[in-house]
Design a protein around this ligand. Structure first.
Ligand SMILES: [Zn+2]
Length: 224
């Protein structure tokens, strides 16, 4: 049995290229981040989809985004009904320890999670099946179509923002003016984010928007 050659190992080649080609020009930045710790201002909750590239979309570099990604960019309810969950833990850490000033929820067009929420997941994927229920309230009672999926992707982003408002530490910091929520829908084919504008009640292309999105307006009774 022969050892696999390094030349044929694409991942290994890319690891070496990072250190030899990219790192030398950015070494100081990384070492500062080690010496002084990370102080990202933004928590980015995004779908795991490979076509969604948070650093490219936001122009962010090392140390600027605290990222948690999952299938669909869903936010579990705060009540613990979804058991052990990394997304919930990441939100608590980002808000309570890192004291981020922005939380972005970023969905996108052609999202497989939203499609699977309508059409179902493989039978063996019991965890995925349960997870997709976090989109249920965003689903439309219609035949799936490109238009219905697009609208559902946007409705899901707003639904996750609503769930974020149920997190006591999130709500507290928003009310203090220290934290802002942003709902984004990334239209892959146009290279454009559409941002949720609560005053207008709809998503607006970033090229036409007056701001980068804001939190839904909920009646006080829902927030109690
Ligand atoms: Zn997706």
């Amino acid at each position: 049995m022969t050892e696999p050659s390094a030349e044929g190992d694409e991942l290994l080649q890319r690891l070496r290229q990072f250190q030899s080609d990219y790192f030398p020009d950015h070494q100081q930045r990384f070492q500062d981040l080690v010496a002084h710790g990370q102080h990202p201002k933004t928590l980015f909750i995004g779908c795991s989809d490979s076509r969604l590239v948070p650093y490219l979309l936001t122009g962010a570099g090392p140390g600027e985004l605290f990222i948690v990604r999952n299938v669909g960019a869903f936010v579990p309810p705060y009540d613990g009904s979804h058991g052990l969950h990394g997304t919930t833990a990441a939100i608590e850490f980002a808000v309570l320890s890192l004291k981020v000033e922005h939380i972005i929820v970023c969905g996108h067009t052609h999202c497989g999670a939203i499609r699977a929420a309508y059409e179902g997941a493989p039978e063996e994927a019991v965890n995925l099946h349960n997870w997709l229920q976090l989109a249920n309230e965003a689903l439309l009672p219609v035949q799936t179509s490109p238009e219905a999926l697009y609208r559902t992707e946007q409705r899901s982003v707003v639904l996750q923002l609503e769930r974020l408002l149920q997190y006591p530490m999130v709500r507290r910091r928003i009310e203090a003016g220290d934290l802002h929520l942003h709902g984004w829908h990334y239209v892959i084919e146009d290279g454009q984010i559409h941002v949720f504008d609560a005053q207008l009640g709809r998503f607006v292309p970033a090229s036409q928007a007056g701001h980068s999105g804001n939190e839904p307006i909920l009646p006080p009774s829902i927030l109690m």
